[in-house]
Ligand binder design. Sequence first.
Ligand code: URA
Length: 235
Amino acid sequence: MLEASGESHTKLPMQGIAQPTRAEVLNLPRVHISQHPVMAHKMRLLRDRHTASPEFYQLVKEIGSLLAYEATSSLALREQTIETPLQETKAYRLAGGIGVTPVLRAGLGLAEGFRQVIPDVQVWHLGLRRDERTLQALEYYNRLPHEVDLQVCYAVDPMLATGGSAIDAINVLKRRNIPRLSYIGIIAAPYGLLRLSQAHPDIDIYIAELDEGLNDVGYIVPGLGDAGDRQFGTF
Ligand code: URA
């Protein structure tokens, strides 16, 4: 069974599972929920069922750029001396490489938005699915490099529903000994947010909005529907 990550319409057994409320997860440590009015404006357009795929994809990219801006606000800098046309001066560059890992395929638009903020980011594509029998995460596509020299890597996947694929993606990245990891999503359900934060208390989680919960088939409500299908026009 696949996680409800935009790649499957398999029913998830959410019936009977107690879900936390929004209030219960609002103050989790290391969880950052955007407060930016421009984000709220774009989220209205993104959620609207009448927004067609080309505009939807464009909005995902723009929201990815806004989230990238928020999530990179505490990155380490290195001082260097440069010459302006007038004189020498001290200036700063990002200290160390930055990676972004889109979880296929729904994470692609967010990664693109990320690249618009930091063009030389390394993009590590990752395709995950669950083995039905063992419930282990299987990497069906993995372009993570063998040699890693990054200060931080961001796993990006728009919908944090049950948290399964986000937890698995961070597990994969943790094997690469990257000093700092973060997760970036657009909408989270309290259930997935709590699970991710409990499974990986050492990462920062950035989201645009926190929704009410999950319906019986694991979709976030009110949500926006299937983020993969809406980006790529596959209904
Ligand atoms: N994946 C989606 O694309 N949408 C949801 O609501 C949940 C998971």
